[in-house]
Unconditional design. Structure first.
Length: 316
């Protein structure tokens, strides 16, 4: 019986801890050791492994070129053929980028804008998802279909109408140009977020909701104290993606937040480029700006994996 877990390819090797009790290792594999003894399986496995290594290298090489380019001298950057490693590494470009860009202000603006976008977008998307999932309004499926149809419209095609709306908000006649609301309001509605949150809320057992109703809980209480805590992985993933989207945002902030004091990091890099900064300094600034998303994903990678795994389970 000890060889049974290996035969079925599941994590089943039992080990003994210090107390003498049996515990099960958490190693999981898609291919069992028995299947790996087959020559054809091994050939396919190593071919796929080599292909994934090539994909990894093609993805990582631009990042390598970005970070090594920040250590090169201006003449070496323009050299043909290029050098794959700095011949005379220097930190001058990084020092210039650190001193000539107000990183603290740009980082604060980006965090403030991204958190505000996430809060407003989450409020709109989760309440709409709760309505579709639990209230089930009349013609709800038709409305959800129309929402999803908006995903087929290129975002650039909406810039003129969105800009006109922000320039003069209907009914109230507010001019939101130069304020954080110019970034928050257009991004508050997201059809994909509504659809994903609805799928998560559909998995919440109906017995829990009905029990809360029998106890006298209203819809807002059910939404706030039951539904939102149960879709926490999706909310965390939404926060991370919202932050990265605002961190990389450029065109819309350029139209609405230029010279307003609320410039995010992408707009700060663009203004630094307009100041006739050397190419090496621009590459150094871009490499510094790319560090934060890497750190963010490294810290919250477990939440991202849980959210993606839960969404994959919903689709399955």
């Amino acid at each position: 019986m000890a060889a049974l877990p290996d035969l079925i390819g599941t994590p089943g090797r039992r080990r003994r801890d210090s107390s003498g009790r049996a515990r099960e290792s958490q190693v999981r594999t898609l291919i069992s050791p028995i299947e790996m003894r087959n020559v054809k399986v091994r050939v396919v496995y190593y071919i796929l492994f080599a292909f994934m290594v090539c994909v990894l290298l093609s993805t990582a090489f631009p990042l390598y070129w970005l970070f090594t380019g920040s250590l090169k001298q201006p003449l070496e950057m323009a050299q043909i053929p290029p050098t794959f490693w700095p011949l005379h590494p220097t930190w001058q470009g990084i020092q210039d980028a650190l001193t000539q860009i107000d990183w603290l202000r740009a980082f604060f603006n980006t965090v403030f804008l991204s958190v505000g976008s996430w809060v407003l977008g989450t409020l709109v998307s989760t309440t709409a998802a709760y309505s579709f999932s639990r209230l089930r309004p009349k013609f709800g499926n038709l409305l959800l279909f129309l929402f999803m149809c908006t995903l087929m419209v290129p975002s650039i095609a909406l810039f003129i109408t969105q800009y006109a709306t922000i320039l003069d908000v209907p009914i109230f006649h507010w001019n939101l140009i130069g304020t954080p609301f110019a970034l928050w309001f257009p991004g508050a509605f997201n059809a994909m977020s509504i659809f994903i949150y609805k799928l998560f809320m559909d998995t919440i057992p109906t017995d829990i909701v009905e029990a809360a109703r029998l106890d006298g809980a209203r819809h807002w209480t059910i939404f706030w104290r039951i539904c939102l805590p149960l879709i926490k992985p999706a909310l965390v993933v939404g926060l991370i993606f919202s932050f990265i989207a605002d961190w990389n945002g450029f065109l819309w902030p350029l139209l609405t937040l230029s010279r307003s004091g609320w410039e995010p990091i992408g707009l700060a890099l663009y203004q630094y480029q307009l100041g006739d900064a050397p190419l090496v300094d621009q590459i150094a600034a871009a490499s510094l700006a790319s560090l934060v998303p890497f750190i963010l994903v490294a810290i919250f990678q477990n939440q991202i994996i849980k959210g993606n795994a839960a969404f994959a389970g919903l689709k399955g």
